[in-house]
Design a protein around this ligand. Structure first.
Ligand SMILES: *[C@@H]1O[C@H](CO)[C@@H](O)[C@H](O)[C@H]1NC(C)=O
Ligand SMILES: *[C@@H]1O[C@H](CO)[C@@H](O)[C@H](O)[C@H]1NC(C)=O
Length: 227
């Protein structure tokens, strides 16, 4: 006959059981949070890990903390009938494989001071169709490998000399359909490798050759001047 002591409450076993359960729950939540519910997570045609959020209705911050840290391509946009209102800041640092970042049509008001600091893997940044009115040199610090920068269809009016000087590998700079009326001297300082510069759809008043001193001749496409 068994003694009743076999069935007494044993705090050690209870603790272990609890711990196992906690680990299980944690593992499940990690697996679950790898793809934010409003996004889809797939591989792109080149086999890169891609997170795409296109439903719209995203407010304030981008859920980068619940994304797979191995993500290589992150793209966010919204349909006009369900707009995003997003801000960006230093929220990409833990995505150590991020190559391509596209946040378009999302009412982003600014690029943020150190948003891309600590993400040297970035090759393409596309912030077209937002509400950015100012870009500063400090916005682009740490982007030592950036190849393409798209800031089309924003509200940029002017930029200081040397705004892009941290982007020494840049090949494409597109600033079409902003509100740029003049270009500061040496604006394109350090952009010696640039192959395409598009400034069309702005209202540039006069073009001083000094402005283009730092870039190769013939790469500037379709500059629209006031008639
Ligand atoms: C866009 O920016 C302007 C000023 O820069 C501001 O008045 C307007 O409210 C902004 N729009 C949105 C949707 O954030
Ligand atoms: C040049 O600009 C004009 C007017 O802004 C536009 O109609 C034309 O398509 C542009 N051409 C190229 C090659 O971008």
């Amino acid at each position: 006959m068994r003694t009743s002591s076999n069935y007494t409450y044993h705090p050690m076993i209870d603790k272990t059981y609890c711990r196992v359960l906690m680990v299980l729950v944690l593992m499940m939540s990690v697996a679950y949070t790898e793809c934010p519910p409003e996004c889809t997570c797939t591989l792109d045609i080149r086999g890169r890990r891609q997170v795409t959020c296109t439903q719209g209705g995203m407010i304030n911050s981008i859920p980068t903390l619940v994304m797979d840290t191995q993500v290589e391509v992150l793209q966010i946009s919204a349909p006009d009938e369900n707009q995003n209102y997003l801000t960006i800041g230093p929220i990409f640092q833990h995505l150590s494989h991020l190559e391509e970042l596209r946040i378009v049509n999302s009412n982003v008001p600014a690029t943020g001071k150190h948003s891309f600091w600590g993400v040297p893997t970035l090759k393409i940044i596309d912030l077209a169709r937002n509400n950015i009115s100012q870009v500063l040199e400090s916005n682009f610090m740490g982007l030592a490998n950036l190849f393409e920068l798209y800031l089309d269809d924003n509200r940029i009016e002017s930029m200081h000399s040397g705004t892009f000087r941290h982007l020494q590998e840049l090949r494409v700079l597109s600033l079409t359909r902003n509100r740029i009326t003049e270009l500061a001297p040496r604006l394109f300082l350090k952009l010696a490798k640039l192959q395409k510069l598009d400034l069309s759809g702005n209202s540039l008043e006069e073009l001083n050759r000094e402005v283009f001193k730092d870039v190769q001749v013939g790469i500037v496409s379709n500059i629209s001047t006031v008639e």
